[in-house]
Design a protein. Structure first.
Length: 343
């Protein structure tokens, strides 16, 4: 009789375990070495443009529960950026050193396999393009095709070896990503050849006229004739753009009083003009702040074939192109270019 009771109890317990529903939230926790005081760990969804920020304690420890509408990919930002895949019912531990995030980040717990694969993907992409993305796009086509094939083969091999530990939907999404990535790189390769022809050094820059100036009135590109021009194309909803804000400020301060104008062109919608103005004030943005006339469809933006932001452009005193896709203010290579000019 006792054995019958124990068996019945075991059946009940197993039944309870089977019907336990998945959690409708994700648990995110971990520790950041060398944390920045007051800085939270921000997760930005580039598809929905929504974000949430987790408070990081003074000792670097963080923990929070977040309810998600559905599984999604995020750009996680803590000084530097890393990709994250989050889904409800995950219990994900994230640990890294803020001084060397990309080299130290480690994922543990439910969701670690998917996020570890994203780290592998990021390193694979970095190895493909190297330190100079434009140089990669300027190799001869047979070399480009060979590099892309090697990348795809290694991507598929790793995914196939790890697929037993990954969510089925995640695996499917990665294969779709690979296909889109390859198509995108092929397009970028062709566009780079076109840009070298149409937007190479010494070519006259595409023009803009009568953009709204934050300080009042309207401004045209021709207003800057006689000065070098450093142009930043951005938007209030662009996370990587915001990351560059403090670096732009530092560079502008370094060359303040020199014969160079720092011009920021927002491609926000005209109906969001107040949002644009509020961000300029909130962030203390420097330089000449302009709002494009037709967002991404503005002739100046289209003339540079801009599909992703931020985008940085350097023009000479005659409005001719020095660099149509210059290094970012956060990259030391920019100073090498600016220091070479007769400012």
């Amino acid at each position: 009789m006792k054995n019958v009771f124990l068996i019945a109890l075991l059946v009940v317990l197993l039944s309870c375990q089977k019907v336990m529903p998945p959690k409708d939230y994700v648990v995110l926790h971990g520790k950041i070495e060398n944390p920045t005081e007051g800085l939270g760990l921000r997760f930005y969804n580039p598809t929905t443009r929504k974000s949430f920020t987790i408070k990081v304690e003074a000792n670097g420890v963080f923990r929070d529960t977040i309810k998600l509408e559905k599984a999604a990919y995020y750009n996680a930002v803590y000084g530097n950026i890393f990709a994250a895949y989050l889904a409800n019912d995950m219990d994900l531990e994230i640990n890294f050193d803020a001084k060397s995030l990309s080299k130290t980040i480690v994922f543990k717990g439910k969701g670690e396999h998917e996020n570890t694969f994203l780290r592998f993907r990021a390193k694979l992409e970095g190895g493909l393009m190297g330190a100079d993305y434009k140089a990669f796009l300027n190799v001869e086509k047979p070399n480009f095709d060979s590099k892309m094939k090697k990348f795809s083969d290694e991507f598929k091999t790793e995914l196939d070896q790890k697929k037993s530990t990954l969510e089925t939907d995640f695996v499917t999404a990665q294969l779709v990503y690979l296909e889109e990535f390859n198509k995108g790189m092929a397009i970028n390769f062709v566009e780079e050849k076109r840009n070298n022809s149409e937007l190479g050094a010494g070519k006259q820059s595409p023009d803009f006229k009568n953009y709204i100036n934050h300080d009042g009135g309207k401004t045209s590109l021709s207003d800057f004739r006689g000065s070098y021009v450093f142009i930043d194309v951005w938007a209030t909803w662009c996370g990587p753009c915001k990351y560059e804000f403090p670096f732009i400020g530092k560079v502008e301060k370094m060359y303040h009083g020199k014969n160079i104008k720092f011009v920021s062109i927002s491609i926000d919608r005209l109906k969001d003009e107040q949002k644009w103005r509020d961000m300029i004030k909130k962030e203390g943005l420097v330089g000449i702040q302009l709002l494009a006339d037709k967002e991404i469809n503005s002739s100046f933006i289209a003339g540079y074939y801009i599909q992703a932001i931020p985008r940085f452009i350097i023009l000479d005193k005659e409005g001719k192109i020095i660099n149509s896709d210059s290094p970012r203010p956060s990259e030391p290579e920019l100073l090498d270019i600016l220091n070479s000019l007769d400012l």
